[in-house]
Design a protein around this ligand. Structure first.
Ligand code: AMP
Length: 370
């Protein structure tokens, strides 16, 4: 029997939040929940998950295990998620038993780059020009439409630059698609942006919206390396970025925290106004980690407040900040980071160190200067 999704309601201190996924985002959500007197229950296939180490309870099971999912649903007051690639069958099944926030329709959009870009375009939000590539929509047609240089991206399961090829000349296009196993894809115009920025936005059950200051992101090998605030964008771009984030979160009737990544231009006499959304992440986001140290209410606490029906908290920034991800072996320098002035160290308790793996982060606080 299929019942309609349950409406969310207030989860008071003492209540339990179920979290799908056990990574570092789940760990930081769990720590924030504990600060609010809430309990967490992590659902993850991983036996040594970063979140499981600090949560009140853990279900270690696969996402196909309906009996485990049912028990999980019955043991929590609300469910949320900390990664995007949760099968939608799982959220549909759970919704028969417990409320899920943010609404999984945001997952459906974020899991598919074509659905994501189409949603944005339909709502008047600028993105890179794009064209579908599939068995029915040839790469040659797409190149003709978009031109070169371009970026070919698989529709699904692409992150940190995986499932992507830059195409400089049209003759490279068929080979590029072949190298992505001819998976359904999207061809995007290559955008010559000045910087990458992100907005961490939150919407409460009451419809209130709060955004943190715009952050600027530096990637290395397609993985986020550093985020700093404030971003070096003009006030006009900053205001437009906040409006864009607000429009997206409102259009989706979203409840929770969302990370919205954008391409923008640096200020300059000849710089054209450039602001395009590249990606939306319906969850707390790596580029919002600085909020744990530089704002009264972190993105993790904010997410818990939003989904539990509490008022949103203050997003006022009290410092400038530079957040650096500790990738791979870098975390072994923890003693050096621990001695660095005005710097907080966050380690995720991951058992295996692998190149490029996010093992922790540090945030350096600097005096507040706009
Ligand atoms: P994504 O997986 O879409 O987040 O892309 C990973 C990174 O590739 C982005 O952070 C950008 O640095 C770069 N990138 C993605 N799309 C484009 C584009 N259309 N033009 C130029 N660079 C891009």
């Amino acid at each position: 029997m299929t019942t309609s999704p349950l409406p969310p309601s207030l989860v008071a201190p003492g209540g339990t939040v179920g979290i799908l996924g056990g990574g570092q985002l789940g760990r930081m959500l769990t720590l924030a929940a504990a600060e609010l007197g809430l309990k967490t229950h992590i659902y993850t296939p991983d036996s040594k998950s970063p979140a499981g180490q600090v949560a009140n309870s853990v279900t270690q099971a696969g996402f196909e295990d309906e009996a485990a999912l049912l028990q999980f649903a019955q043991s929590v007051d609300i469910v949320t998620y900390e990664f995007e690639n949760i099968p939608l069958e799982v959220t549909s099944y759970l919704q028969n038993h417990v409320a899920i926030l943010p609404d999984p329709q945001a997952l459906a959009i974020a899991q598919d780059r074509l659905a994501e870009k189409t949603f944005l375009q339909q709502n008047g939000i600028a993105t890179a020009p794009f064209a579908e590539v599939s068995a029915d929509h040839s790469i040659e047609q797409a190149i003709e439409h978009i031109g070169c240089p371009a970026v070919l991206k698989t529709r699904r399961l692409g992150y940190d630059g995986k499932g992507q090829r830059v195409i400089r000349e049209s003759k490279e296009a068929p080979g590029a698609w072949k190298s992505l196993a001819k998976a359904p894809a999207l061809l995007e115009a290559f955008i010559d942006f000045g910087c990458e920025i992100s907005v961490i936005a939150a919407r409460g059950q009451d419809g209130a919206i709060a955004c943190y200051d715009i952050a600027e992101n530096i990637h290395a090998n397609h993985i986020l390396h550093q985020t700093f605030v404030p971003a070096r964008v003009s006030n006009t771009i900053a205001q437009a970025a906040l409006k864009t984030a607000t429009d997206i979160i409102r259009k989706l009737n979203y409840v929770g925290v969302m990370g919205i990544e954008m391409f923008a231009n640096l200020p300059g006499p000849d710089a054209p106004h450039l602001l395009m959304v590249n990606e939306i992440a319906p969850r707390v986001h790596n580029s919002g980690h600085w909020t744990s140290d530089a704002c009264p209410v972190s993105q993790f606490e904010q997410h818990m407040r939003a989904i539990c029906g509490w008022p949103l908290g203050s997003t006022t920034r009290t410092h400038n900040a530079v957040m650096t991800n500790l990738l791979g072996e870098e975390w072994r320098r923890w003693q050096t980071y621990a001695q660095t002035p005005n710097t907080s160290l966050h380690l995720y308790g991951k058992q295996d160190t692998r190149p490029g793996r996010k093992m922790g982060h540090v945030t350096q606080l600097l005096p507040l200067v706009e």
